[in-house]
Design a protein around this ligand. Structure first.
Ligand code: BGC
Length: 755
């Protein structure tokens, strides 16, 4: 298809029209030229194809589909292949249903446990979010169906989501809020990007030329089209100029006319409209010319896949006395409504109309299970009778499993949580059951961390997150040992909300949300502060055990242009087969800028039989060592030693090796009259250049002049003199030189230093 030729035959009105949706879910057709309409659909963890009444909040029904685990759960798998398999399955269903683009993955950073949409997002860590989203995109797009990575960018709260400005500094945006998008774009070229509702430093994402053109296209090389989030357009003409190609859902022709008027008035270059149309049509035809409507969609098969995926996402947080796995021979109490009606997905645009669900109670059919409902999630209450019934069931059983977590209303798209607590009635229930039976297990269904006031009273906790429609099947497989848990927390679980770094500023004041904690999000903050946590980032237990040995680096010294290979041996030292996620962190041993203690820069999920050893290898490059330098507006590695660390979590490092990385970039320096001696003297040439003045100046300031009577006074005095000298600006050469002050000499010194 010669798209440029096609565009030349379109009228300005038709072109402007193509820049917005025909309705909620379709791009426009131009029948006279054979341009078809295409359909897009939420996403991301299954299809929400609405073919009747439409809305973007998951209110009206959509077709029956398969609900896979939400991103909060799949992130815990630390498994790229798993995300690819899930993407392939969703891609197949899109082909079957004629959907050109699935609206996801959603990769926003979990800045606070409170964000209502955390269940849809991967992690507090941009590297993990980037790698997993790239793997998902790879899977979907391998089926010739597009993705729409969202919500670009810095959209980490629901409060005032359509007007709030995420105000973050340059380094914070580059190191925390942009890299997940960057990795996905550079590695997988998602067909589309969805810009977010919010503003960034005052400018709406939907009309932000820096974001949509400078960064996304010029720096990262994005080739697809940018669509708006539903209703995110404020100034459509500014949006076209900034690089927003498609407005969704539509503005009933209002904004299309604005585009036409702006072109006619000479306020908008028509070439920019052509460019937007070209980008949209590229994708429209990429899909339609390769559509495979006869792709089978076997929902039963995908249900089983959803169960396999969910099982590999579960995180065993605690397992005292190896209480888990349970034995199928024993009588076990299943307590809590979620055993019967699991909470397995979140509310809002990602809400899927499941063709079936499997609860733990159904999945445990044939086992010796005694069930007590314990509470009502919808009413958020537990009656005394319900608690008494639960206690009685617990007393009679070998072990009691309480299925608890957050009811639907606690977390959803559209609003944020106000606190991090579980329902009071469930906390009460857990305490009562734990009192009745020392072998109490808690299974959690939640999209985001919760406080666990009962943690010391229960023996085991299994975090199932929102595990999709087959979560019950997966839970039973894990509880009874058919699958050994292998998930790791993709986010830190603080003990209490107040410990979270964004606690004081989250949500913002009015329409301004200041990201004041900067780059110190999640474990980057907790590890720096040494905060006592409930569970750290990366934590997750197993039914077997793994040992790590022989961490080897391919070199002791590299430049920032070279890559480094790190290999490590992992052995299954237990008696069961199992999977584990090997986590690699990089720590800058000494840095002149403020940096996190360590950052995740590699992870691999492996399967090991008992006694088996595998070697895992990681490739590290400049980005693994770099920070965003705001002086050069680029990634920069400071020459020096870095620790390469293998950890069971960000808090449990088991192996460390060092590498020296040499920077090949010399940072531009500029000195002026106000540059201080401490900075100037770091320049190797400074000693020579300043030679004519330095000696006398030093003598004046570094010797105290007076005889000191006691040693302590002398020490203070010399420390003080040194500090005085270090912090003095160059201009003080004049102030303190008295008669000898020579401004020309100072000029010559500055010229020499800056040359
Ligand atoms: C959400 C998007 C979603 C869109 C379409 C918006 O409200 O923020 O994530 O894709 O609606 O349903």
């Amino acid at each position: 298809m010669d798209i440029k030729a096609l565009i030349s035959r379109l009228t300005l009105e038709e072109k402007a029209g193509l820049c917005s949706g025909a309705d909620f879910w379709h791009t426009k057709a131009v029948e006279r030229l054979g341009i078809p309409a295409t359909m897009v659909s939420d996403g991301p963890h299954g299809l929400r194809k609405q073919d009747q009444e439409v809305d973007h909040l998951g209110i009206n029904d959509s077709i029956k589909a398969v609900c896979f685990p939400a991103a909060s759960a799949t992130a815990a798998s630390f498994d790229k292949e798993l995300l690819t398999r899930m993407g392939e399955a969703i891609g197949d269903s899109c082909q079957h249903e004629g959907l050109s683009v699935v609206l996801g993955p959603a990769v926003n950073i979990k800045r606070s446990p409170l964000c209502g949409r955390n269940f849809e997002y991967f992690s507090e860590d941009p590297y993990l979010a980037g790698q997993l989203s790239a793997a998902f995109i790879h899977g979907v797009q391998s089926r010739n169906v597009g993705t729409s990575i969202k919500h670009f960018a810095a959209n980490s709260q629901e409060h005032r989501r359509m007007s709030s400005s995420s105000d973050a500094d340059e380094r914070t945006l580059r190191e925390i809020y942009l890299p997940a998008f960057e990795t996905a774009v550079k590695e997988e070229q998602p067909w589309t990007v969805m810009c977010s509702y919010n503003r960034i430093n005052g400018v709406f994402a939907s009309e932000n030329p820096w974001l949509l053109t400078e960064v996304l296209r010029k720096e990262w090389g994005f080739e697809g089209y940018v669509m708006s989030d539903w209703g995110a357009v404020s100034d459509r003409v500014a949006g076209v100029a900034a690089g927003l190609d498609l407005e969704m859902p539509s503005s009933g022709g209002f904004n299309d006319r604005k585009i036409v008027e702006a072109v006619r008035a000479g306020k908008l270059d028509e070439a920019l409209v052509d460019q937007a149309v070209e980008r949209i049509l590229n994708i429209v035809f990429r899909f339609t010319e390769n559509a495979k409507p006869d792709t089978p969609w076997d929902k039963e098969e995908q249900h089983l896949l959803a169960a396999d995926i969910a099982a590999d996402c579960m995180v065993l947080l605690k397992n005292e006395d190896n209480l888990l796995p349970l034995s199928g021979e024993d009588e076990i109490a299943f307590i809590g409504e979620f055993a019967e009606k699991p909470r397995f997905q979140g509310g809002g645009s990602s809400h899927i109309n499941c063709f079936k669900t499997t609860s733990a109670l159904e999945a445990a059919d044939g086992l010796k299970i005694r069930y007590a409902r314990g509470y009502s999630a919808a009413q958020d209450c537990a009656t005394d009778e319900q608690i008494a019934e639960a206690v009685a069931a617990a007393k009679k059983a070998k072990a009691a499993v309480v299925f608890a977590g957050l009811p639907d209303v606690y977390e959803s798209e559209g609003y944020d949580r106000k606190h991090m607590r579980m329902p009071e009635c469930q906390n009460r229930l857990i305490e009562a059951v734990a009192e009745a039976n020392p072998n109490t297990v808690v299974v959690l269904h939640n999209g985001s961390p919760v406080e666990m006031p009962w943690i010391s009273k229960v023996k085991a906790v299994l975090e199932a997150y929102l595990g999709g429609q087959a979560v019950g099947l997966a839970t039973v497989r894990v509880l009874f040992g058919e699958v050994s848990p292998s998930g790791c927390l993709p986010e830190s679980f603080p003990k209490k909300l107040e410990d979270n770094p964004s606690y004081l500023f989250y949500g913002g004041e009015g329409d301004t949300a200041e990201y004041r904690e900067g780059i110190f999000v999640g474990y980057r903050y907790y590890d720096k502060k040494g905060t006592d946590l409930l569970f750290p980032f990366g934590h997750g237990l197993s039914y077997t055990s793994f040992s790590f040995s022989d961490l080897c680096l391919s070199s002791e010294k590299i430049t920032d242009q070279e890559s480094l290979t790190a290999t490590v041996k992992v052995t299954n030292t237990g008696s069961r087969p199992g999977k584990t996620a090997v986590q690699l962190y990089v720590s800058d041993c000494e840095s002149s800028v403020l940096r996190p203690v360590r950052e995740l820069k590699g992870f691999e999920k492996i399967t090991l039989q008992p006694g088996e050893t595998k070697e895992v290898s990681f490739t590290l490059d400049k980005r693994s060592f770099a920070y965003w330098n705001t002086r050069i507006h680029d990634w920069h590695v400071e020459s020096g030693e870095f620790c390469i660390q293998i950890g069971r979590s960000s808090r449990d490092i088991v192996l460390t090796e060092k590498v020296f990385v040499e920077s090949t970039v010399s940072l531009p320096k500029h000195y002026d009259m106000n540059s201080i001696f401490m900075d100037i003297m770091e320049d190797p040439r400074a000693e020579t250049i300043l030679e004519p003045v330095l000696k006398g100046f030093r003598e004046a300031f570094l010797s105290s002049g007076e005889e000191q009577s006691d040693a302590a006074q002398e020490a203070i005095s010399s420390e003080m003199s040194l500090a005085m000298f270090n912090y003095m600006p160059l201009r003080t050469l004049l102030s303190f030189a008295g008669e000898q002050a020579d401004p020309d000499l100072l000029d010559r010194i500055l010229t020499a230093l800056n040359s």
